[in-house]
Design a protein around this ligand. Sequence first.
Ligand SMILES: [Zn+2]
Length: 430
Amino acid sequence: MADIVLRGGRVIDPARNLDQSADLLVQNGKIAGVEPGLADAFKGAKIIDVAGMWVVPGLIDMHTHLREPGQEYKETIATGTAAAAWGGFTAVCAMPNTSPPNDNRAVTELVVRRAQEVGVVRVYPIGCITQGQKGESLAEMGDLKEAGCVAVSDDGKCVANSEVMRRALEYARGLGLLVIQHAEDVNLSANGPAHEGAASTRIGLRSQPAAAESCMVARDLELVALTGARYHVAHVSCAETVRLVREAKRRGLPVTCEVTPHHLTLTDEACAGYDTSTRVNPPLRSEADVVAVRQALADGTIDAIATDHAPHSSVEKEVEFEQAASGMIGLETALPLCLELLDTAMTPMALFARMSTAPARILGLPGGTLALGSPADITVIDPQARWTCDSARFRSKSRNSPFVGRAMRGRAKLTLVNGNIAFAEERLVG
Ligand SMILES: [Zn+2]
């Protein structure tokens, strides 16, 4: 494997609070140097000029739906990881609501094997909390962990039964596994496709209150206090959940959480045109909720940004809003959308902490840093590149994105995984 030098970029490493202009040397798949002048010292290396660009630890998505096995018409491990690399991600965590669900080691092993065969970036499976995601009996978490699962979640569904959730937390704690909750009181949400508020009333959509999420988080936090288990809230969407998590962290509870780019950038007003790509679960919330999650992301109450990349075909989406499947794709648009946050309260250092260093820390994964000796999982970003979001460029198999047509600024130009080029813009590497 040839040495690579990324020459003259702005190297940002939140893991070490480092932000400097330097060359970065990759040798044998590892980061072997970060300092000025390496391009001159290693003339035999493949030199890639990244002046004006940012060199950051490879982005890690804690929350991706790859749809394989079982729904390969929506996405596959090959297409989903290609979309990830294009979007600047070097690793994705595969949610277990596949068909069959990843509730046993045979499915985990299949995902791991397929990822090795066709995956462009690293794939870390997440196993189910309960068998068949039915919320009744616990999955064999020990088996799941042994086979390669890095966390457990019934994502797509909430673990509603408090006794089952308590046992899940206790069991996961014993195994050192993180429990990721899709927090939704389904009696309260009643499958409402929109957020309960002024917009849904005006446009006449059935709705669910923000409390459908925060009620479940409040209950879970009591169970975390009872069990001492590590707990993570998926796709936090509202002000009340933010308040609960902030308070729980103050109490010293082992809780973390994530927010999606769409909950950071869109309000419930985006549903006014009945565009089914804006139907997501939890739904797009009010302006006040968006302000609250942005603030929480900036102050660290929200630890991580995760895409909840949820591919659906036209069969599920070209229907009435109320009948449409929930979810939008996100791997290709997450980075430019998050770069928009830099215009407000976030610094690049804080942003890449949320998109790389924190997910690595929460899940105990390699990466999330540019420290010497680390695997060379690196994303090179042109923060000024102007482009229009065009679905024809998507590597994902699905097209369900409300951001098509949006004017974007900034995108990934090069994605290295273990020192190998997973994605590169042609002009950059010649
Ligand atoms: Zn979910």
